[in-house]
Write a protein that binds this ligand. Sequence first.
Ligand SMILES: [Mg+2]
Length: 247
Amino acid sequence: MGGHQHAGLTVAFDADDTLWHNEDLFQAVQREYEDLLAPWADADGVAECLHEVQMSNLPRFGYGVKSFTLSMIEAAVQISGGSIDADRTIAIIGYGKRILDRPVELIDGVEEVLDALADHRLMVITKGDVHHQLAKVAASGLAERFWQVEVVADKDTATYGGLLERHRIDPARFVMVGNSLRSDVLPVLELGGSAVHVPYHTTWRHEDDHDGHHVEVPTLETLRELPDLLGTWSADRGLGPDMAHPA
Ligand SMILES: [Mg+2]
């Protein structure tokens, strides 16, 4: 950008469950996992143990499918009292591979929305396995529309603050769009940025856990409503269409 600030907005998108489908498959896999462990515990018992193991592993393994798979194995050993057999263990690893092998399925309207916002600087900010997340960006066919793609370890205030600083983004002109209040909305608001919540039809329990924070944030039913909303904001902030193209 030749050292001067971009005059439009920087619009950053979460990836999983914002640009493409994700959580639906995690949940489908978890149902199968619960069935696999039915000889030892009921579905709620399996879900509870898996959640506890996942949470205790997060600081070491971080987010992503590999972490989820290891936690499924660890929880299975616990739930079965150590009697889980090799076939079932391999089946659990297969669940992880199935998630990794899933073709990217864009959420309805994503391409049109990115086209409509082409005057702004567009980013992806996602957390999880670097390898898997970058592979999905590449497979999505959307990579060229983004100014920056950032795969981060966690989406907390410190991480967002570091990103804004490194890319010299003014928080007043930064908008984060995503399905998670915890990861996409709250930390960005805390930094003085803007956020738009676009809920996915289902949410991972951990992402739904945001300490009951009450936030006034625009919530869209579908991503398709985003260009109109941002158009209003740009006008309000004096970022007219001509301002979006710095000479
Ligand atoms: Mg998400």
